[in-house]
Design a protein around this ligand. Structure first.
Ligand code: KG4
Ligand code: ZN
Length: 334
């Protein structure tokens, strides 16, 4: 059997990334150009600025991914690119680069869902086993997805308001911490010797949905009330309390779903899966139940193109092909 080499391209938000993957599970090269420094000045991602960065970086990043892989374009089997969801202007930079590259080199193009990419990041670490439960927690998503097989995604729970990462970023801003807020809150929470008690949003007893906007309001109200009384807000205590609430709800619902659906494997994915507190909590909970739980290393949790190439390989093997009419799909569903 011939080896399969796929070039992945990801530009859905604020990372410009390209990667070459062998046989869907081996990283040959993985290049990520981050815009975080630029976005920090604005306290978040500004779509126009993100697009401009992608334009500047995309060709360099693709060339670097190929040269680090030591491969000529004709040695590739296909180009996989994030088709959605994401910022439409940002998506289009990656899609147009992928189309041009595919056309120039006579390669097929494959459109990948960004969240499928986050899930398939796990395939780079260990083979997926089905039924599989994925907890996807990122800046734009908080979802529990059941997979019966490759390419089959059943949404069993999702956030009704803010995504977990969005809540992290907003609470960080309230505490005067830099963007992106997740890593900063995670660090503070671990340094803290005390935690403010915040509510947990369980919703209905049988629901796997999430809600984080009430928690965000509780943090804002706590700060406001304390300051009115002339008290001092200790950011580490707030960070620790906020993180405890998020982690407890995510862990409890994921565990309950894993048992109800009798899954063989549980994986975590997305930027918030980089969170030390969440990783430790999920690892402990699933070890206790004897259910295999995996989460990729931090560099594969946050946005990257290796995950897009990994998901693209599964689609390629399944015979799926895109075409030159591909467009950015900002609201694409899984
Ligand atoms: O997956 P990702 O890189 O981009 C999206 O697709 O959204 O996720 C970015 C999100 C941001 O909200 C960021 O604050 C959060 O992931 N994040 C974290 C941590 N590292 C990144 N949240 C909590 N703890 C972390 N250590
Ligand atoms: Zn992402």
């Amino acid at each position: 059997d011939k080896d399969i080499y796929i070039l992945g391209i990801e530009t859905s938000c604020d990372e410009t990334a390209a990667s070459v993957i062998k046989n869907g599970n081996e990283i040959i090269s993985n290049i990520v150009a981050s815009q975080i420094q630029s976005q920090q000045r604005f306290g978040g991602v500004v779509p126009e600025i993100a697009s401009r960065h992608h334009v500047e970086q995309i060709t360099l990043v693709i060339e670097e991914a190929l040269s680090e892989a030591g491969l000529e374009p004709m040695e590739l089997d296909a180009v996989a690119v994030t088709e959605g969801p994401g910022l439409v202007g940002a998506l289009l930079i990656g899609i147009n680069a992928a189309k041009a590259f595919a056309f120039a080199n006579g390669l097929p193009i494959i459109g990948v869902h960004h969240i499928a990419g986050h899930i398939y990041a796990n395939q780079l670490m260990q083979p997926m086993e089905f039924p599989l439960l994925a907890l996807i927690v990122s800046g734009g998503h908080t979802e529990l997805v059941l997979m019966e097989n490759h390419g089959s995604f059943k949404l069993i729970g999702e956030t009704r308001d803010d995504a977990a990462g969005e809540a992290y970023d907003k609470v960080a801003r309230v505490l005067g911490l830099p963007y992106p807020g997740g890593p900063a809150i995670d660090r503070l929470a671990h340094e803290s010797d005390d935690a403010v008690e915040f509510p947990r949003a369980w919703l209905e007893l049988d629901s796997y949905d999430f809600s984080f906007s009430g928690l965000k309001s509780a943090v804002i109200n706590y700060k406001h009330n304390l300051e009115q009384k002339g008290g001092e807000v200790i950011p580490a205590h707030v960070a620790a309390g906020f993180q405890q609430s998020v982690v407890e709800v995510l862990t409890t619902k994921t565990l309950k779903a894993a048992k109800e659906y009798n899954v063989k494997q549980v994986i975590a994915a997305g930027g918030v899966a980089a969170n030390k507190g969440l990783r430790a909590s999920l690892e402990a909970a699933f070890e206790n139940e004897g259910i295999p739980f995996y989460v990729p290393p931090i560099s594969l949790c946050t946005d990257n193109a290796a995950m897009i190439a990994a998901a693209g390989t599964a689609m390629f093997v399944d015979g799926q092909r895109g075409n030159m009419g591909m467009n950015g799909r900002p609201g694409m569903s899984l």
